[in-house]
Unconditional design. Sequence first.
Length: 475
Amino acid sequence: MKTLFLQAPSFDGFDGGAGSRYQARREVKSFWYPTWLAQPAALVADCRVLDAPAEALSVQQCRAIARDYELVIMHTSTPSFPTDARFAEILKQDNANIKIGLIGAKSMVDPEGSLRATAALDFVCREEFDYTCKEVAEGLPLKDIKGLSYRESDGRIVHNGARAILENMDELPFVAPIYQRDLKPENYFIGYLKHPYVSFYTGRGCRSKCTFCLWPQTVGGHRYRVRSAAHVLAEVRWIRDHMPQIKEIMFDDDTFTDSANLARVEAIARGMGELGMTWSCNAKANVPYETLKVMKDNGLRLLLVGYESGDDQILHNIKKGLRTDIARRFTADCRKLGILIHGTFILGLPGETRQTIEKTISFAKQINPHTIQVSLAAPYPGTTLYRQALEAGWLAPNDAVNLVNEHGVQLAAISYPHLSKEEIFHSMEVFYKRFYFRPSKIWEILREMLLSWDMMKRRLREGVEFFRFLRAHAA
């Protein structure tokens, strides 16, 4: 079937990071590549990937494009599901014979509820869905496709047997050629990455057990399955040779620097050095100095690090597997080597108090990452945090859908007897102001701008967006 892989129209400027884990407006407009759509698309002939938010396409423009296809597969998330379901209904109005399915953690965790939400949906893919999508597009009978839940002609919902996770990750084709064919790299920008950049996964799964993290607890699993270093470097070489405008590669694995795979990390790093490519990756704050040095010596520019909190008890509560003293030493090592850090923090996790919020803000100022992102604890269905919040009464049963407001701004969903969600919500603004509105940090950013005209233009744009975010957040 002629297939459209679609990121449906959504909030203006939403952050589709890590497979739309947050699907919301962020402080600064940013767009990640729709890798979870591009990967199955690489297996399907006669298809197209359409990223409506990145293309700034309206509902009307998007539906006009979709009319030319027999099959539409949309990526959805808990916050975006209501609007995604409505868009599916619009597509069915235009063409009653079009087949529409969903992929993503939301449809995996709740396939029955997803299909019952609207008759416009014909199927949802569970588990790892690459080959599930391929078999649907090839026209195999739905009853024979593992990992699929679908609607029979009489309205009955059927759940087929589970699909085994993919063991040999080198089986998957490169996603970069799909990016080049269907997307505009210039549309994708992240505040802490060079522009234009490319991001993709070198493996799936994460051995860490963080209670809030969505993908390892749903689609990816806790076993880190990786592509060989040679396979990863072959895709980077393809990008270098066919997408010469790309200035940086981002390895978007949940934890690229997994401690059991440091030999592979160093092999990839050395290969990146030989290819002459600048690169960044997600890292846990426990990478040994020796490995960091190999990475830095071979083109590493920046690490995206999830610190989450400056309180050790909270880190224990969420099973982070990390202490603040280890994070401090790691951060000092990175500074010594000249590795930039974009640090991420979460407010409202179990154990949060006014005192721990203050402690985390102080911790962030002390370790002083180059840039930060502050999020609110998001209890996504399918996570331990969600179950824990329901059982403890921190979250009303239907509040999980209210992770963003009508403007796409992330909301605080969890509330504690000693700390309201309103207090947690407004603490984000306080965090940002106290971190960025310091003379030393202002000078650091100004110096960066003065050294590069491109950075000057970029930071000025981001500054305007950041102040708009603060105003919207305060409202």
